[in-house]
Design a protein around this ligand. Structure first.
Ligand code: ZN
Length: 314
């Protein structure tokens, strides 16, 4: 049995909408426009790597292949989740993701349901979440005629907000927002609108209008989040979502909590503060910007410190 948390080295992605805010997590970011930190990734476009202990140097994908016991023996030929921190220095394109069935038929991929915890944002920051069309015909007409102001539903956000974004939801992260995203491990995105922006060569980014119209949920289905709180010692656990794809909590710790990890592996991202995890007399320090996996059947452990952690599991 593994008696240590498994820490991962994140990887970074350059994005035209990215910035330099990810530095606040203590990262040495590689680009002026670093848009994404992939914290737990086992994807063909990027793999996070174990940064110490007996599995040092292995990718998350390799761990999944070779040490399935760490994951409670869950089936599947690919690791099911992807966790990222995004720094939106500019508006992201308006997009929608298909569900599993549509993605399987059209893309030979998984669908994508995702969710966002707003870590930080500028005053007045907004997301696009859902739309105002009543029928598919109306939706299509508004898209084709570019009536974006009437069509798209803008929502002001603040730090600590949480949004569940099921497949079929029209969405976009707005400028000035830093989020932690938990999603299905898929890369299928249909872009509906990109603000008519042109790249350095004067080209518009590709849009996927027909597929977007096919997969969008109409009328929009706002997946309301009802956070549930539970106190465990000095830790407050807030559960935001329990879906078929993932469960996501925040642990707000101010002191000491005795916990017990059973049959599910947990992905833990430290978004503020620091502390220690103690397991059978061994102490492991953790701090803001670090990401660690607790294997299934990790058992009893003690978490101390002043910190906020985002925790996800199947
Ligand atoms: Zn998305």
């Amino acid at each position: 049995m593994i008696k240590e948390p498994i820490f991962f080295e994140p990887i970074f992605k350059e994005r035209i909408w990215g910035g330099e805010q990810l530095k606040q997590f203590g990262y040495e970011i590689p680009y002026k426009q670093t848009g994404e930190c992939w914290a737990f990734a086992a994807h063909e476009n990027g793999q996070s790597v174990v940064k110490g202990g007996q599995f040092q140097g292995l990718t998350l994908g390799a761990l999944w292949e070779q040490h399935r016991e760490l994951f409670g023996g869950v089936d599947g030929d690919r690791f099911p989740l992807l966790t990222k921190i995004l720094d939106a220095n500019d508006d992201l394109s308006v997009q929608v993701h298909p569900d599993d069935e549509y993605a399987r038929v059209h893309e030979n991929d998984l669908g994508k349901t995702e969710c966002w915890y707003i870590i930080d944002c500028e005053e007045g920051a907004e997301i696009i979440y859902g739309h105002h069309a009543k029928t598919r015909q109306e939706f299509e007409t508004m898209v084709r005629e570019g009536k974006w102001t009437d069509l798209l539903r803008k929502v002001p956000v603040k730090p600590g907000d949480f949004y569940f974004v099921p497949s079929g939801t029209i969405h976009a992260i707005g400028k000035g927002i830093m989020i932690l995203e938990t999603q299905q491990n898929s890369d299928t995105t249909y872009r509906v609108y990109d603000y008519d922006r042109r790249d350095a060569e004067g080209n518009l980014r590709e849009l996927h209008i027909k597929k977007s119209i096919e997969v969008t949920t109409i009328p929009a289905n706002e997946a309301k989040v009802d956070p549930v709180m539970k106190k465990i010692g000095d830790l407050v656990e807030i559960t935001y979502v329990e879906s078929n794809y993932f469960t996501v909590h925040k642990w707000a710790l101010n002191g000491v909590a005795h916990l017990d990890n059973r049959d599910k592996f947990q992905l833990i991202s430290v978004i503020s503060g620091q502390g220690t995890l103690e397991k059978e007399g061994n102490e492991f320090a953790y701090q803001k910007g670090e990401h660690f996996l607790l294997p299934a059947w990790f058992g009893k452990f003690t978490l101390s410190g002043n910190a906020e952690l985002i925790v996800s599991h199947l």
